[in-house]
Structures are given as C-alpha cells and as structure tokens.
Design a protein around this ligand. Structure first.
Ligand SMILES: [Zn+2]
Length: 258
C-alpha cells in the first residue's frame, strides 16, 4: 500500500520519522523547504528521481516515497519527493496565503465567490475565471495552453504563480480542492507549469532546485514521476544532446508498453 500525504508537513514528518536526512535545496514561496533525500551507493553515475511537479498527480509523490524506502542500487540516487509543496497542500491552503479566514470550498461556485470577493479580476469568460490576490494569481480551472503568450491581462502576473483547484472526483488524492495545480507566468507572459522551466534563462525556485541538483550530481538516468490515464504508464525518452548520452538513454529506456 503506497502512502498518500494530505499535507507537505506530513511528508516532511514521514521523512524525519523514517530517519532520513533531507537536504534543503531551496524554499517554496511559502517558506517550505524543497528537499531531496539521497539513497543508494556510491558507484557512478547517479540516478535522479523527482515527483510532484503537478500536484494533482499525487501518485508520483507516493511512488517517490516508496522508492526512498525500497529502491536498492549501488548507484547514488537523489530523490525529490515533492517539487511543489504549496500544490500538495491544496487549493484552500494556496488561497490562505492571500486570504485570512477562508470559508469552506465545497463547490466551484464557492471558489468563484471567494475569488471574486477578494481578487481583482484579470480574465473572465464563459466558465473561466482568473484573478490576482496579493502575490498570487488564482483561477477556477486549468489555463495551460489557453492563452496566447503576452496577453496584456497576464502582465501583472509575470514571474508569479497561478493556482487552480483539483477537480477529479473519484481519483484518490485529487478530490475537489484537495490539491492546487501550480502554473507560473513566464517573463514574456506565457502561462506555463513547473516542468516548462528546465532550460530557460529564468526559472521559478521549484524548477531551479532540480536544475541545480542535476548540474551538481550529473545524473545519467532521470525519472520525473507523474500520474495519468488509469493503470498504464509511459516512459518518456527524448533524443539526447550528444552520442554518449543518447547511448545511455537507449540502454535505460523501458519498452513503451508494460
Ligand atoms: Zn504531470
């Protein structure tokens, strides 16, 4: 049985109780430490495993913690079990960073009411609502790929996060508002997510933590754990930048369907 975490504090407590020593790579905007755990041996090259960049896909976080406990290898393994602490804590938590005394959020109407009461509306059309409250943007649904880059109404959110609520009833760990999916507005006003800043000049702290650690440990196998589409899984294998890395990629790539 894999463990699922209701809060990021629960995850940090689990790490401590199990006796692992986390390394703090940076701090999320709410001050939460973004941590990695090192397991395995010392034989090079290193393996890098991260999870939770999309907080609504909590199975990745569960799998990462299971791997911390169970993976046995001679290679050093660096595991970042949760790349988005705010998102794991949920949409009410994300809103609580900007609003005191939040009412319960049981329906999308509750969310819309709170966003309109406390926020400055940046975009509202059909059933999509985007507001800014304090330091953060909040939306009532996913906006990735919805807007063209550089829209004027996104300018006040440049470099900031937009949170929207999970809405997947019936999928464990991602009930309504149980998680907050984090979007980030790039310097040229494009709405992206945490995994779209691996090779950009500017990157939010959640992405910089992985970039910095990868640059330090030079892993030859990198796994980023997500959740999608029932009980199958896929393994993304990209063409690598040089022949040596490409050879390693082919050696470690799993068959497409397992
Ligand atoms: Zn994902």
């Amino acid at each position: 049985m894999m463990k699922s975490f209701d809060t990021y504090a629960d995850l940090l407590e689990w790490i401590e109780q199990k006796g692992y020593t986390p390394r703090v790579l940076g701090q999320a905007p709410d001050g939460a430490p973004i941590v990695s755990i090192k397991i395995g041996g010392e034989k090079g090259p290193a393996i890098f495993i991260s999870a939770g960049s999309h907080a609504t896909e909590q199975a990745g976080v569960s799998a990462a913690t299971a791997l911390i406990e169970q993976l046995e290898t001679e290679h050093p393994v660096y595991i970042l079990p949760c790349r988005d602490p705010i998102g794991l804590n949920g949409f009410s938590y994300a809103l609580s960073l900007s609003i005191a005394n939040l009412p319960p959020l049981n329906t999308i109407d509750d969310v819309n009411t709170v966003l309109k009461k406390h926020g400055e509306i940046l975009y509202e059309k059909d059933d999509t609502l985007l507001v800014i409250i304090g330091e953060y943007g909040y939306a009532n649904k996913g906006l990735y790929g919805q807007f063209e880059k550089g829209q004027p109404f996104l300018k006040s959110l440049i470099g900031r996060r937009i949170f929207f609520p999970s809405r997947q009833e019936g999928i464990e760990g991602t009930a309504f508002c149980q998680r907050a999916y984090t979007l980030i507005v790039s310097p040229d006003a494009e709405v992206l997510h945490i995994n779209r800043f691996h090779d950009t000049a500017w990157a939010p702290v959640e992405s910089r933590c992985t970039r910095t650690l990868m640059a330090e440990v030079q892993p030859r196998l990198i796994l980023d754990l997500h959740e999608h589409g029932g009980d199958s899984f896929w393994f993304s294998a990209r063409h690598q930048q040089n022949d040596e890395d490409e050879m390693w990629e082919r050696l470690t790539c799993l068959p497409k369907h397992l």
